[in-house]
Design a protein around this ligand. Structure first.
Ligand code: ZN
Length: 301
């Protein structure tokens, strides 16, 4: 067996963790194989070719439209592709990613286009749509359930195999960097989806950018840690509000390391994504009546 392919259950055969190249750091991500179903295709072209040599892949489930999860689609042209209706359009036309990331006419537009080229991404047709609670029977033993978990993108889905209690959480990724920096993201939905994931009580979870996490206690701890990162971001924004008397404008919150504690080599992109993510927090605060609009900004209630 290749070293990046690991069986996830002894009792239930046919469920494998497929680790992405570079330990699934961007622009790569992890996959899970269940029978002849592959979830996500961003492990890297090299690994995907090696995987195909070992296993037939007839169906591909895509958790969401982000490039690091769909980049290998072009290598699986004989398979049938599935995703949620809300993420179908940018998967079928990858150029739509540019407005969704809000990077049109910025230096990031060219960087993103180069990456699309580098990854050799191609548009594919989605053959079937999936919805919350759909169940796919795989072989005699496995039942894969779709969990509609929007927020990271509008159509993000996680997957849960009911008998083995193994879940693939996509980009509810349990890393230190929860992300909702595209126009179709929603923090309110993201938090609801995290609660939904917690309620399924899985024994093993795998995410797009984390390896295998085993045991209910461990999984619950990781989910709590993930939620606390969002809480810290809420707190930093509200602290900023409390330290200023005039209405706070979105622009005042720009480049303040509120979401990214340190900007990296991808700073141009991070600054754009950070503003989008702060907007999602403000949207939540408005809904919770913590802040109100005033003039062209916001004030604490
Ligand atoms: Zn993503």
């Amino acid at each position: 067996m290749e070293e990046f392919i690991k069986p996830l259950s002894i009792e239930f055969e046919g469920i494998y963790f497929i680790e992405g190249e570079q330990r699934a750091r961007y622009p790569y991500s992890n996959s899970m194989l269940i029978g002849d179903y592959l979830i996500d295709t961003g492990i890297s072209p090299r690994r995907l070719k090696r995987l195909k040599k070992n296993f037939p892949i007839n169906k591909v489930f895509l958790t969401h439209w982000h490039e690091d999860h769909i980049s290998g689609n072009y290598l699986l042209r004989d398979a049938k592709f599935y995703c949620h209706s809300k993420d179908k359009s940018p998967i079928e036309n990858v150029d739509e990613m540019i407005p969704l990331y809000n990077v049109r006419n910025t230096p990031v537009e060219d960087e993103l286009k180069s990456l699309i080229e580098l990854l050799r991404m191609r548009n594919i047709k989605i053959d079937n749509l999936i919805e919350d609670n759909d169940i796919f029977n795989i072989g005699d033993q496995l039942k894969l359930k779709v969990l509609f978990t929007p927020g990271h993108t509008a159509g993000h889905c996680a997957f849960y195999e009911l008998n083995s209690k193994i879940a693939f959480l996509g980009d509810i990724d349990l890393t230190k960097h929860p992300y909702y920096g595209n126009l179709d993201a929603s923090l309110i939905e993201f938090e609801e989806s995290i609660a939904k994931i917690k309620s399924i009580d899985a024994d093993i979870v795998v995410t797009g950018h984390r390896g295998i996490i085993e045991g209910k206690t461990q999984i619950h701890e990781e989910i709590e840690k993930y939620k606390s990162i969002l809480q810290e971001r809420d707190d930093r924004i509200l602290t900023f509000f409390s330290e200023i008397s005039s209405p706070v404008r979105l622009n005042d919150l720009r480049s303040k390391n509120i979401i990214y504690r340190k900007y990296s080599a991808f700073k141009d992109f991070e600054l754009i994504a950070e503003v989008l993510m702060i907007e999602k927090h403000l949207e939540k605060f408005l809904k919770m009546n913590i802040i109100s609009r005033k003039d062209d900004g916001f004030i604490l209630n």
